[in-house]
Write a protein that binds this ligand. Sequence first.
Ligand code: ZN
Length: 79
Amino acid sequence: MYRYRCTQCRTTSPPALTRSALAQERQSHRVLKHGGHIPDGEQIVKPERFSFFDLPREQKIAGTLMIAALVVAFLFRTL
Ligand SMILES: [Zn+2]
């Protein structure tokens, strides 16, 4: 999810699902609010980096088990 931010207007667009939706958002903001000019200081707010702690509980458990299995397999190989 991307957001378009215009520091001139101090506004941030609603989240856009794709980059092309974001480009449309940016274009329409430029046209509607700035007469087609490109505002100084416009920003693209990128999605937050992937975080393990944002995962749903089931996926967290599955992920933890998978890592544990890998660690155990590694230990058995080295012993
Ligand atoms: Zn603006």
